[in-house]
Design a binder for this molecule. Structure first.
Ligand code: RRO
Length: 312
């Protein structure tokens, strides 16, 4: 059975990897994702120029029954140079996605310049959708700002570049963002980031479960699967075929991975469930996915990718 995928000439021997933010802040965590026999790649925690401790704790919470997670991490990361050092020294057979999330357009462009001028030979993911830095709105909800940063980035950036998007909830917004993204030679789009600014309440204490922003935080896990699939599907129907799609959101079973691919995903990322279950999740999900593929009589992902059926 062939569970491989290709983006921008990079071959992925397995269809899954971590979602940025989970199991990827330190070299040890990144190594553990790369070391899994069931991951096709790794993505780094979104970097800012300087190290950031992030928001005060508690800043991450798991809802009961693997329903999902809420986080307001606040972009804690080891700083751009740390990840640059990691990716340029690492001898990895697997592709590496270098995620960046500057707090301004200029910070992102500065990091892109450094990546362009470096020996880094992987893919870059520009995170336009962090929901958790107080006072900093998600860039990708501002279509003019999105168009502006991509215009400036592609004027000089020639390595494979993709964007991490927030979820959209309106058909017009799917049209609008796709029209912008289609103007650029993007290697991929990654959809979705967490659903921003949800609120979870503890039943016993009538208290929010995380401290930053009065309890507001990004929602992930099972709760977001339907939104994630809708975004993968909507963008696959609208984006140029050269722009590949990484499906992220609500993956807790092999069936979830299958559904993302059915909607058009080339690769699938695991966030909340990786945080809950650890790297062993990839072996389980790949086994469950392979069982479904076998039962359906397919032998590769390409045979059913994007083949979602609708009711006539
Ligand atoms: O660090 C975070 O709070 C965070 C980021 Br950068 C992101 O892109 N998505 C998210 O749910 N949390």
């Amino acid at each position: 059975m062939n569970l491989t995928a290709t983006i921008a000439g990079f071959n992925f021997e397995h269809v899954m990897l971590n979602a940025a933010g989970v199991m990827c802040q330190t070299a040890e965590e990144l190594d553990s994702v790369l070391a899994s026999a069931h991951t096709g790649a790794v993505v780094t925690k979104s970097a800012t120029t300087n190290l950031r401790p992030g928001n005060p704790a508690p800043r991450y919470y798991e809802l009961p029954n693997t329903l999902g997670t809420i986080n307001s991490m606040g972009l804690p990361n080891e700083g751009f140079d740390y990840y640059m050092d990691y990716v340029t020294k690492k001898q990895s057979q697997k592709p590496i996605f270098f995620s960046i999330a500057g707090l301004s357009k200029q910070e992102n462009l500065d990091m892109l310049h450094q990546l362009q001028d470096s020996e880094f030979s992987g893919l870059v993911e520009l995170n336009l959708s962090c929901p958790n830095v107080p006072g900093k709105p998600q860039t990708a909800y501002d279509f003019e700002a999105t168009q502006a940063i991509l215009t400036e980035a592609f004027a000089f950036f020639k390595k494979p570049l993709g964007v991490k998007l927030p979820p959209y909830f309106d058909i017009v917004h799917f049209d609008d963002i796709a029209n912008i993204l289609n103007q650029f030679p993007l290697a991929f789009v990654n959809t979705i980031n967490s659903i921003g600014n949800g609120l979870v309440i503890d039943d016993d204490t009538d208290t929010v479960v995380i401290k930053p922003k009065g309890g507001f935080g990004g929602i992930g896990g099972t709760l977001v699967k339907a939104t994630a699939l809708a975004n993968v599907r909507a963008l696959r129907l609208r984006l140029n075929p050269e722009i590949k799609i990484i499906g992220t959101g609500g993956v807790t079973s092999g069936r979830d991975v299958y559904d993302h691919i059915l909607c058009g995903a080339d690769l699938v990322e695991v966030g909340s469930q990786l945080a809950i279950e650890g790297v062993a999740v990839f072996e389980r999900l790949e086994r469950e996915l392979a069982d479904i593929i076998t039962k359906k009589g397919y032998s590769s992902l390409a045979e059913f990718r994007g083949q979602l059926k609708v009711i006539a």
